[in-house]
Design a protein around this ligand. Structure first.
Ligand SMILES: [Zn+2]
Length: 111
């Protein structure tokens, strides 16, 4: 399934509830699911990861739809290598661990 078809399937399934909940509420659910994914990554049962990645992807997709973001267009930033250095594999210096004072994402400022 391509990303446009996936976004349409999620929209068709959850659009009414997502619209009623709004962006803020949907974002909170997305973060909740990211937390569940984090817990599953520490769990020896790898099968649970498939479930949790699917949930995170679905909530991210709902959020994108509510925000007017086309998922395929967003993903296309990464289809021709790193959006920052243009290389595949990425040749950027390793950003290391995220630090609270570095609030911007690693590809900030690039279209
Ligand atoms: Zn790079």
């Amino acid at each position: 399934m391509d990303l446009a078809a996936f976004q349409e399937a999620v929209r068709r399934t959850y659009s009414e509830r997502d619209t009623a909940r709004g962006i803020d509420g949907t974002f909170r659910w997305f973060v909740e699911e990211v937390g569940e994914l984090a817990r599953s990554l520490r769990h020896p049962d790898r099968g649970n990861r498939l479930h949790e990645v699917g949930d995170v992807l679905a909530w991210l997709t709902s959020l994108a739809t509510l925000a007017g973001v086309d998922l395929e267009a967003a993903a296309s930033r990464y289809t021709d290598g790193c959006p920052k250095c243009g290389e595949a594999p990425c040749a950027c210096p390793d950003p290391g661990e995220p630090v609270a004072s570095e609030a911007s994402p690693p590809v900030a400022g690039k279209a």
